[in-house]
Write a protein that binds this ligand. Structure first.
Ligand SMILES: Cc1cc2nc3c(=O)[nH]c(=O)nc-3n(C[C@H](O)[C@H](O)[C@H](O)COP(=O)(O)O)c2cc1C
Length: 146
């Protein structure tokens, strides 16, 4: 049995591709060692991250991530027990949707900001599994790191 946690946070600095890739490669090395899988999104200055793994490990990692000065206002928006990992092939996949795409995947046609989409999902957590499955289908093939 694993847990799947999803949080949103606000970047404290500009995140050009170079910085994001550095963050991702650091995360992937650590996650492999720690039995963690997941997905990271960065859009309009907002991070959305899915972390999957043993409950204890995820909670320790979340504490570490929370203290990272590259972002602030970390808020868990979804948490569930899972039998199987959804992002089992990825130590940390990366997807870069537009705010509008993210809203559409959550079934929110008239929402244009990431913040509004995340707030809506938080109010209606039943939307999350579909959003996550859609994100899974959007992971670029070349992102398969192993
Ligand atoms: C948005 C964001 C996502 C992160 N995701 C992960 C992650 O999935 N795994 C991880 O080990 N570190 C992640 N980090 C980095 C951690 O906060 C921390 O810097 C890192 O785990 C320390 O690694 P080290 O002990 O190898 O220096 C993330 C940081 C940020 C800002």
């Amino acid at each position: 049995m694993f847990i799947q946690s999803v949080y949103a946070s606000v970047a404290t600095e500009a995140m050009p591709k170079s910085k994001l890739y550095k963050l991702l490669s650091q995360a992937r090395v650590n996650n492999k060692l720690n039995n963690i899988t997941g997905l990271l999104i960065y859009v309009d200055g907002v991070f959305l991250q899915v972390l999957e793994g043993p409950a204890e490990v995820v909670s320790v990692l979340l504490e570490t991530i929370k203290n990272d000065s590259r972002h602030k206002e970390l808020k868990i928006i979804y948490k569930t027990d899972i039998e199987e990992r959804l992002f089992s092939s990825w130590k940390m996949a990366y997807v870069s949707p537009s705010p509008k795409e993210l809203a559409t995947w959550a079934g929110l046609r008239n929402t244009t900001t990431v913040k509004a989409t995340l707030e809506a999902i938080e109010l209606e957590p039943t939307k999350m599994p579909l959003v996550l499955r859609t994100l899974l289908s959007q992971i670029p093939e070349k992102d398969l790191e192993e």
